[in-house]
Structure formats: C-alpha cells, structure tokens
Design a protein around this ligand. Structure first.
Ligand SMILES: Cc1cc2nc3c(=O)[nH]c(=O)nc-3n(C[C@H](O)[C@H](O)[C@H](O)COP(=O)(O)OP(=O)(O)OC[C@H]3O[C@@H](n4cnc5c(N)ncnc54)[C@H](O)[C@@H]3O)c2cc1C
Length: 411
C-alpha cells in the first residue's frame, strides 16, 4: 500500500468515527431534549396548561382488554396547538352532557380519567372501564359517563376537557426503586409513570404488581410484557384472582390470588422503595395500612382513589395550621333532609356524605375540578390544603373541605 493510500484510509476511518460520534451525540441530544421537564412528587401544575375547557376530537378508540370492558380513547385538540406535557400519573377532567332521562333535558356531569401514556405533545390517551350497576342493586342505572364513553362516543366526536391535573405523580427526580401496586383499572396512571420512567430514567428499578380477575380483563397485556422483556430494570408481576380455564400460570400471570405484603416481601429486594398504589376500595383498604405496618414511611406511600374512600385507609384529619379540629359538629344536608354528626373520622365532607348514602356529584376528589362545589347555607368550611379550583363565595368544595363549625349544606 502506498503512503498516499494509507493516509487516505486513516483519514477515512477518522471521518467515519467523527460522523458516528456526531450521529450518536445528536441522537442522545434529541432524546434527552424531548423528555418532559422533571417534576417532583408534589408538583400538581403543568407548564403551558390551558384554563377552563378545551375542545378535543376523538382520534381513535379501541378495546384494551379481551372482554372489552376497558376502552382506550386517543384525543387530539381541535385548535391544533401543541399540548402541554404533564406529570406522569396525572388525569384529565371531562365535562359531559347527558340526557337526565331518555326524553329529558341534558344534565352536565364531570368525571376524571387518568392519562394512560407518557406525554407526546400532540395527543392525550385515556382508558375507561365500563362501570355496571352494583351487583347487589342491578336495577340501578349503569355508570353514566363510562357507559357514554363506551357506547356513544366514536371517532370524530368532540369532548370538553380540562388541562392535566393531580398530585398522584411519579417522583421523577428520585433513583429509589418505584413499586407500583395496581388493581384493575387503577393501572392507568401507572402505565404513564412506567412508560415515562423507562424512556427517561431507564436504570431506575421499577416493579409493577398488577391484580386483575383473569385474562378477560387483563389490560395493556402486550405493552407491559414487551416493556418487561426489553427493560431489565422493570419487573412485572401479574396476579389473577380467578384464572380462566385457558389462562396459563407462568405465562399469562405469575400468581393466583391477591396482592399482599407477604408477596411484596418475597419479590422485592431488600432496601428502600417508593410505593404507588391505585385500585378498588377493598385493595386500598387492605394494602395502604399494611404497607405502613410493614414499616414503610408515610412519605414513601403514594395512593389515589378513583371512587369513595374506604374507612380502612382514611388519612388522619389534620387541623388547619396546627389547630386541632373541634368535634362533634352537626352537618345538615338540606336537600337530602339528613343531619349527621361529624365525629372527625372522615378525611373530607365528600367521603363523609357518600359513606352515609348521600348522593353528591364529584369528580377529581382532590380539589381541582369543582364538580362537588356545594352551597354553604350556614356555618364555616375550611381546607387542610388550599383547593386549586376557585370556589364561589358562599360555596365549598366537599372533596377537600372540613367542617369548622356546625354546617347546613345545600346537598
Ligand atoms: C383522579 C381520578 C382518576 C380516575 N381515572 C380513571 C381511569 O383512568 N379510568 C377509569 O375507568 N376511571 C377512572 N376514574 C373513575 C371515573 O372518574 C368515574 O368515577 C368512573 O368512570 C365512574 O363514573 P360513571 O359516571 O360511569 O359512574 P356513575 O354514574 O358515577 O356511577 C357510579 C356507580 O354508581 C351506581 N349508581 C347509579 N345510580 C345510583 C344510585 N342512585 N345509587 C347508588 N348507586 C348508583 C352506578 O351503577 C355505578 O356503579 C378516575 C377517578 C378519579 C377521581
């Protein structure tokens, strides 16, 4: 080989290495640059969020499980403007007009649905479980919003949506192992947390314990299995409460039964973990106190309830600014013609009302959507945390409100 050829070969190799290096650098930059800004575990707000309601068109719909009881809807903003990011775990609030009766006038209901994927700047995705009438009272109407989102809403339809909100979000700045415990549709916020974490913090250890009845309502099956196969940091443990005849243990699911602390102890490595729990009331009532009894510090237990709280896991009611709450108080629900004694055992006035069978509208249950705003006829309501929602004068938000005196409420 002549000296000239040798020089050309060396220069070519160097140029190739520089090109590869620049390519890899550019790829890393693009992928790092597209990560949503880090959010900590207490950040409810989203930068670039809009105020009030924004129109979204349904872009696509599809079943998320074999039984078709969970339906995913992808939504695109009608104005075509970019969508703000959100903290993985947050939800959207929907305002839905439905006929009060088949021929009656429309009534507006407000419902919240967790975002079931990581932010992408163009669309939002939610997954809705069809809510049937309670088994013990089959004559009651099925869930209003979920039935509408399953049976009536189709591609091209419009929905009114509030910006992402909620404080049940991944502590995305932490490297501590995150343990997700999901029952049924409670997996939705975790899909978003897991997808985000694997994309932008791929070395952080993640564990998902996901309990469902069997393969019929095993949602996100292919997605979760694919994530577990391609990410060594992610361990997936699926439990079927009642496996079907064709369900194969070790393939479709890992254990039969329910998630409990004994299983967590067997699967989790020794050390500190941050727990995220979301599921039906019975699961929450059993697991949240059990985690605390196991010695997990309260600051490492995060949970969200999609419906009325169950008495087993209500958080202790703190007075405002350290003032102990005086009890008992008489709480009169004027429209329902009921007066009940507040004994300080409930976390808020919404749980207090629901647990005693008083029907009140509700949405987010965290003081941001306004669905449970109720007129205070007399008395004072106070808040342990200031609501995100601007409450009208003379009204209160039941979901975060506590009585500060005897009360008469218009509910
Ligand atoms: C932060 C948050 C996030 C959420 N994320 C999700 C999610 O990702 N996916 C999801 O599917 N859900 C989610 N939810 C729950 C969701 O918001 C709704 O509560 C759920 O879809 C049920 O609403 P619905 O209008 O269908 O039912 P509703 O109409 O509110 O009815 C609820 C139940 O009450 C029964 N009922 C009807 N009438 C009566 C009556 N007169 N007396 C007693 N009972 C009656 C119904 O049959 C039904 O079983 C979330 C909730 C919150 C708070």
């Amino acid at each position: 080989m002549t000296a000239l050829l040798l020089l050309a070969a060396i220069s070519g190799t160097i140029l190739l290495q520089v090109a590869i290096g620049m390519g890899v650098g550019f790829w890393r930059l693009r992928h790092r640059g597209s990560a949503p800004p880090p959010v900590d575990g207490n950040t409810p707000a989203t930068t670039g969020a809009w105020a009030g309601w924004r129109a979204f068109r349904v872009d696509s719909v599809g079943p998320e499980d074999q039984a078709g009881t969970q339906r995913t809807l992808v939504l695109r903003p009608v104005d075509g403007l970019p969508l703000p990011g959100f903290a993985p775990g947050q939800y959207l609030t929907f305002s839905i007009d439905l006929p009060a009766s088949p021929s009656g006038p429309l009534r507006t209901i407000v419902r919240c649905y967790s975002l079931s994927e990581q932010p992408n700047g163009e669309t939002y995705r939610i997954t809705v479980k069809r809510m049937p009438a309670p088994a013990a009272r089959p004559a009651l109407p099925a869930g209003a919003a979920s039935t509408y989102l399953h049976d009536t809403v189709q591609v091209g339809d419009l929905l009114r949506v509030k910006a992402p909100a909620g404080s049940f979000v991944l502590d995305s700045t932490s490297d501590t192992a995150a343990v997700f415990i999901a029952g049924g549709i409670g997996v939705t916020p975790m899909i978003s947390m897991i997808a985000w974490s694997l994309a932008y913090r791929p070395d952080r250890p993640l564990f998902l314990f996901y309990g469902v009845r069997n393969s019929a309502d095993h949602a996100f099956k292919a997605l979760l299995e694919q994530l577990a196969q391609s990410h060594p940091a992610f361990t997936l443990t699926v439990l079927y409460a009642a496996p079907g005849p064709d369900d194969i243990e070790g393939q479709d699911f890992q254990h039969t039964g329910f998630i409990d602390v004994a299983l967590l102890k067997r699967v989790l490595p020794h050390g500190r973990h941050q727990f995220y729990v979301c599921g039906p009331p019975a699961m929450m009532a059993a697991l949240v106190p059990a985690l605390a009894d196991w010695g997990v510090p309260k600051s490492d237990i995060h949970f969200e309830s999609f419906g009325p709280a169950s008495s087993g896991y209500v958080r202790p009611v703190a007075g405002v600014a350290g003032t102990p709450l005086a009890i008992p108080f008489d709480i009169q629900f004027r429209r329902s013609r009921r007066t009940i004694v507040w004994d300080g055992k409930d976390t808020n006035l919404l749980d207090f009302a629901e647990r005693r069978g008083i029907l009140v509208e509700s949405g987010c249950r965290t003081g941001s959507c306004g669905a449970c705003e109720t007129r205070v006829v007399s008395g004072d309501v106070r808040y342990a945390d200031k609501p995100d929602f601007d409450v009208s004068a003379g009204s209160c938000l039941l979901c975060v409100g506590l009585p500060a005196s005897n009360l008469v409420l218009e509910a």
